[in-house]
Write a protein that binds this ligand. Structure first.
Ligand code: J2J
Length: 529
């Protein structure tokens, strides 16, 4: 495995291979297999583009050839920051085929995050749209390129300005060396809890398996039409949307965003059967469905996850949208769970899903890593055929975040129902889940501490009806207290993604501490909720 990554011990690898979970197939070959078995089947709908599996396969090949022409090769890291455009799908498979490694940034990231990803991974290339949601990514790229000497190429999907266009060669790439199916295919971003974001290395065969296991858990087939309206670059839409759909030879439909305006016409036009939503978007859909004229009857099921769906909202989904509710949980590090079609309604309303693989191992433990009494709340630990054994180039963090026998400490507080379904009850990790975008409190606190009017700061999550949580900065000032607008302007200036900006500011004289002398975020959240 790539230097800086933690392989599975051989006995586990052997077990996952012999169970048939890990197959001798790269992600590039998965698409090629679909192009052979279902050449004319519609694979991808995005904007005005409608590509069959044969067309997508050929585009991935021709894009791979083009990337090779400009000098991108096996092992090169490529920071990918594209919205839900069809080129993103072609690009991912092109990179998988040449063995270059995408680093999946979010469209919302700005200079501070992107420069970090480029530097940390020693990226050779950075791929952007021209202008998206009113923001010119070529300005961001110019800034990043000036700061990161390893960056040789900036590729633009659209008008390249002074950079290079992300393009296709006239013919496909022949004679490419085959990437190792057990090797790293891409890097996903962890929700994170530390000062700098962590990268999750995902390998071809295990990540592909996570998509296949989701397809099986969700009974996907050729008739599946899956709509992705969240940013595709997250693990959830990538596995439940792209991979699961392609495993099943279904159709993937990309929407630019989750609003009813952007999605309802597509559901009607494309006959969408499945989609994933965060709770806040589900709320908007339910309200809009009351008066909207669009025909949503093709929807078989909506899947809600990424942050906790409150029971009251869960109850309203089926009557409001006229289709089944499925809850889902998961993490870029691996483990994910979905409800099954025949799960009883009371289980679907109160739990977040059942792990998708028979070889997923979960434990629920107390503060001393002892298993809690079945049914009690504790921290969820996970190990299995698609749960990574370590972050990229992070040995010290790995020593804390993984147990000696390889379980990932999720930082989530859960309890298990007797059926094995997982119920999310809270968190021990210092992270805020703002509309399913994860904010590592420490990362934002580090930025805010650089502000001259901030002596001490703690970022805490406060409950919010739509987003689940909002971020509140509790600041002990230095001199004249800052205003919220000063802090957000400061973060924008430093190139921090806007979803990490605090929504609220509270000025305090001191930060409350626990008996052990650590800042008590629980006490702060209690003071301002
Ligand atoms: C409460 N918290 C949840 C849920 C995730 C499928 C679905 C989601 C993700 C994802 C994913 C939750 N209720 N239903 O990758 O494959 C919180 C937990 C978890 C963290 C991971 C997938 N579903 N969460 O959200 O890497 O705290 O993955 O540890 O973005 O989201 O976030 P992320």
């Amino acid at each position: 495995m790539l230097d800086g990554c933690t392989p599975w011990p051989e006995e586990f690898a052997e077990r996952y291979r012999s169970a048939g979970h890990w197959r001798d197939e790269t992600l590039g070959e998965l698409l090629a297999a679909r192009a052979r078995s279902h050449p004319d089947k519609l694979a991808l709908v995005a904007g005005a583009h409608r590509w069959s599996y044969a067309e997508l396969d050929s585009r991935a090949d021709r894009m791979a050839a083009r990337l090779r022409e400009i000098g991108i090769g096996s092992g090169d890291r490529v920071v990918v920051q594209l919205p839900n455009v069809p080129e993103l799908v072609a690009l991912l498979f092109a990179l998988f085929r040449i063995g270059a490694l995408p680093v999946m940034a979010l469209p919302a990231h700005r200079g501070s995050e992107i420069a970090y990803f480029c530097e940390f991974t020693e990226a050779a290339a950075y791929v952007i749209p021209d202008v998206h949601a009113g923001f010119d990514y070529r300005d961001l790229a110019a800034d990043v390129a000036a700061r990161v000497p390893t960056l040789k190429h900036v590729l633009v999907a659209g008008d390249p300005g002074g950079f290079t266009r992300l393009d296709y060669a006239d013919a496909g790439a022949a004679g490419l060396p085959r990437p190792d199916p057990g090797g790293v295919a891409l890097f996903l971003l962890s929700g994170g809890t530390t000062g700098v974001p962590k990268l999750v290395p995902r390998a071809h065969q295990e990540w592909s398996y996570s998509g296949r296991a989701v397809a099986e858990a969700c009974d996907y087939g050729e008739e599946t039409v899956h709509l992705v309206s969240l940013p595709l670059c997250h693990n959830w839409p990538l596995t439940h949307g792209l991979l699961a759909t392609f495993h099943a030879a279904g159709t993937l439909v990309l929407a630019p965003g989750p609003s009813p305006d952007e999605t309802f016409p597509l559901i009607e036009r494309e006959g969408v059967t499945e989609t994933g939503l965060i709770p806040g978007a589900a709320l908007l859909w339910m309200e809009a469905a009351e008066w909207d004229e669009y025909d949503l009857s093709s929807l078989r099921r909506v899947t809600i996850g990424g942050s906790k769906l409150q029971n009251e909202l869960a109850r309203r989904v089926q009557p409001a949208l006229g289709c089944r509710l499925q809850q889902a949980f998961g993490m870029a590090e691996g483990l994910c769970g979905f409800h099954r079609w025949d799960d009883p309604e009371d289980v679907v309303l109160v739990s977040q899903g059942l792990p998708v693989s028979p070889d997923d191992e979960v434990r629920v433990v107390d503060e001393d890593d002892r298993d809690v009494t079945p049914g009690e709340v504790g921290q969820l630990l996970a190990r299995g055929p698609y749960t990574v054994r370590g972050y990229y180039r992070a040995p010290e963090h790995n020593a804390r975040t993984f147990t000696a026998d390889g379980y990932y400490r999720t930082g989530d507080l859960v309890r298990l129902l007797p059926t094995g379904h997982v119920v999310f009850e809270g968190r021990v990790k210092d992270q805020i889940n703002r509309g399913a975008e994860k904010i590592a409190a420490e990362e934002v606190e580090n930025h805010l501490l650089a502000h001259p009017a901030v002596r001490e700061v703690a970022l805490v999550g406060l409950p919010d009806e739509v987003l689940g949580e909002r971020a509140c900065a509790c600041v002990v000032p230095r001199g004249t207290p800052p205003a919220l607008g000063d802090l957000t302007a400061f973060l924008r200036e430093r190139g921090v993604a806007a979803f990490k900006f605090p929504d609220r500011l509270e000025i305090v004289q001191e930060l409350p501490v626990t008996p052990l002398g650590k800042v008590s975020k629980k006490a702060l959240a209690g003071m301002f909720s």
